[in-house]
Design a protein around this ligand. Structure first.
Ligand SMILES: CC(C)(COP(=O)(O)OP(=O)(O)OC[C@H]1O[C@@H](n2cnc3c(N)ncnc32)[C@H](O)[C@@H]1OP(=O)(O)O)[C@@H](O)C(=O)NCCC(=O)NCCS
Length: 191
């Protein structure tokens, strides 16, 4: 569903950027998470999955969302098996955000699906989808910008900032994120 409507969204003029219906949904979601999700005991992953699913998220039964994770719009969130949104992570899913199998988003990481057209006088809001590939790791405090695909098995190091796609099985660090080496792990799990 397209959230942004240029007829409604006029960021420089103040006022709301989204329809009344959308804002009602988000207010309901914020209250629900604040009252029933954020204070739930850490092991209650099933309960938090239930809340998110009730609000339209597509979440595998093995995925984990920690109580202090912040999800802006559950309908735009897809989490595959064993993917994880850790404590304090922010999922600003103004557009689709997909975590593929075993994707891990660590503490305080920020997945940012929205920005503004800085060249337009209207300063129009823009949203772009984000994909966190299978076995990828977005480490603590890292930032993933709108439209970025974090390749399968890729690592974005702590506090790294990625505004471009990250190649598979490559470790990145810094701002802007630069490759530091290839990852040895090839995706296969051997006991
Ligand atoms: C990215 C990371 C996985 C790399 O680990 P590594 O492959 O062992 O890398 P090294 O420690 O050997 O560092 C290699 C180089 O990258 C630099 N580097 C490593 N991580 C960096 C980071 N997050 N930001 C900036 N530079 C970094 C090192 O300073 C080193 O630079 P040098 O070659 O000039 O000396 C690790 O540093 C990291 O950020 N881990 C995340 C920790 C975290 O988020 N924990 C919380 C969840 S459990």
């Amino acid at each position: 569903m397209a959230l942004l409507d240029a007829n409604i969204s006029k960021p420089r003029m103040g006022g709301p950027s989204f329809s009344l219906r959308h804002r009602f949904y988000r207010t309901s979601w914020s209250l629900t998470w604040a009252l029933l999700g954020r204070w739930s005991p850490v092991p209650f992953h099933g309960w938090r999955r239930f809340l998110l699913t009730m609000f339209g998220a597509d979440i595998h039964r093995t995925a984990r969302v920690y109580p202090s994770a912040d999800i802006w719009y559950p309908r735009n969130l897809t989490m595959a098996e064993y993917s994880c949104l850790a404590s304090g992570s922010v999922c600003y899913c103004m557009d689709k955000i997909e975590l593929r199998p075993h994707a891990l988003v660590s503490q305080g990481a920020y997945l940012c699906g929205g920005t503004h057209d800085v060249d337009a006088p209207s300063f129009q809001l823009i949203s772009k989808p984000i994909v966190i590939g299978a076995n990828a790791w977005v480490a603590a405090g890292a930032f993933v910008g709108p439209g970025v695909i974090v390749g399968d098995g890729s690592v974005l190091g702590a506090r790294g900032v990625s505004v471009k796609n990250l190649a598979p099985y490559t470790i990145y660090a810094g701002n802007p994120a630069r490759p530091i080496r290839r990852r040895k792990f090839d995706g296969a799990v051997r006991d």
